[in-house]
Design a protein. Structure first.
Length: 135
């Protein structure tokens, strides 16, 4: 077997890099809607799935909303409502698809479920108080 020289190692590395680059060009990229949607999700494109779970002893829920909230059902929360122990946690979807809440406003997360969990972590056992609204 021939000895591995620096030239052969660099040639092999260049070939691997070129092959990876060619595959990246020919593989179709997922759209932003594809990345946000769970497989088999019946919801509208980009709308997160519903959830209902107990996280660290707190019940967190999320579901598409059809209005009724102070945001009119589609303004900041993108038509999605999140609750911690039955109290609405106001969430907002950012332009990049990430989510923030009134509790963890400076720490964007990928989903409303992650926003609810981050809020529970930040509350550290404290009760979530209803957010005052002016309709």
């Amino acid at each position: 077997m021939p000895e591995l020289s620096r030239r052969r190692a660099l040639t092999a590395a260049a070939a691997v890099a070129a092959a990876a680059g060619a595959q990246a060009v020919t593989t179709p990229a997922a759209t932003a809607d594809d990345r946000r949607r769970a497989p088999g999700s019946p919801a509208a494109p980009g709308s997160p799935d519903s959830f209902d779970e107990v996280y660290r002893g707190r019940r967190i829920q999320g579901r598409p909303s059809s209005g009724g909230g102070h945001h009119g059902g589609g303004h900041h929360g993108g038509g999605y409502a999140v609750f911690v122990d039955g109290v609405e946690l106001h969430v907002m979807r950012n332009a990049d698809g990430s989510w923030i809440s009134v509790v963890s406003h400076y720490d964007p997360v990928p989903t409303p479920r992650a926003a609810a969990r981050a809020a529970v972590d930040e509350l550290r056992g404290a009760r979530l108080l209803p957010f005052p609204t002016t309709d």
